[in-house]
Write a protein that binds this ligand. Structure first.
Ligand code: HEC
Ligand code: HEC
Length: 237
């Protein structure tokens, strides 16, 4: 209990602290407005020819790496001051950019008059958290894992089928492995038109119709994928 009370206090205190800083400045909006004209802000960035500036993701990953930023203390002592200083007084000497990139992009024009130190603090706080290498890697891995799945499973995951169906186990509806012994036409018909009361033990739950959700090709891909689960099931002991 004591621990919980302490935790709540900490949450309240940090909550207030953050609020006081952020009510005036919205780092994301400022970044968009003040830096987005030259820096591509997406993660991962769009790539196009004749970029005016390196993508912000690249800038932040690069700076964290070269400045050896590890924790919030480094952020406060090194990262934020660098962003403030560089943006207002850029120079080749201060830049962590390599010579070739500096030549290609040209030095960043000073943003003095366009952005204040306090606004830069909010921007720096925001980009520090938003462009997070671990989060990015995890997203990329998840994406790669998704696209490595069979096309049918991708469709099922994208379309919310897994809210009601598990691949192997009964859930709100029968598992796809259980459905695998149904005929192709029936499977396609049910996906398009829905079904209710056919399966026992599922409380008469409704399978909604996905009438115009899928193309004929996609329906075929779904049906064929469901059928592959049957073969696998039977092969296993
Ligand atoms: C007019 C275009 C332009 C605008 C606006 C702009 N930048 Fe840049 N920025 C550049 C260019 C070009 C470079 C690459 C050359 C360099 O490092 O100076 C760069 C590089 C940087 C770097 C990298 C420095 C390094 O050592 O690698 C940081 C940090 C940076 N910008 C922050 C900002 C922030 C924050 C804003 C918004 C407040 C902003 N920039 C707005 C053009 C711009
Ligand atoms: C809201 C829950 C729900 C969602 C979402 C859902 N289903 Fe169903 N599904 C069910 C239920 C419940 C049944 C059993 C219906 C019955 O008993 O007639 C079922 C049955 C089926 C059947 C069985 C066909 C048969 O002839 O027995 C197939 C195929 C099927 N679903 C595919 C899908 C696909 C593909 C998706 C996603 C596009 C999906 N379902 C989304 C609940 C759902």
């Amino acid at each position: 209990m004591r621990y919980l009370a302490g935790l709540i206090m900490v949450l309240i205190l940090t909550g207030c602290g953050d609020k006081a800083q952020e009510t005036h400045y919205n780092g994301a909006a400022l970044l968009e407005k003040k830096c987005g004209i030259c820096h591509n802000l997406k993660m991962p960035p769009d790539t196009y020819e004749d970029e005016k500036a390196p993508p912000m993701m690249a800038v932040v990953f690069h700076l964290k790496d070269f400045m050896k930023i590890k924790d919030n203390e480094d952020k406060a002592k090194k990262f934020i001051p660098f962003i403030q200083d560089y943006t207002l007084e850029p120079s080749r000497e201060k830049s962590y950019c390599d010579e070739a990139s500096l030549d290609a992009y040209g030095l960043m024009p000073s943003q003095k008059g366009n952005v204040t130190e306090d606004e830069l603090k909010a921007i720096a706080e925001y980009i520090f958290t938003f462009y997070d290498q671990e989060k990015y890697l995890k997203e990329m891995q998840e994406k790669a894992a998704f696209y490595a799945l069979p096309k049918g499973e991708q469709l099922v995951r994208k379309s919310g089928c897994l809210n009601c169906h598990d691949i192997q186990k009964a859930k709100v509806g029968p598992s796809f492995a259980m459905i695998a012994n149904k005929g192709a036409e029936e499977i396609i018909d049910v996906i398009q038109n829905g079904s209710q009361g056919k399966w026992e033990g599922f409380h008469n739950m409704l399978m909604p119709a996905f009438k115009n959700k899928f193309t004929q090709d996609e329906l075929r891909i779904l049906q064929e994928w469901i059928h592959t689960l049957g073969t696998k099931d039977k092969a296993s002991p």
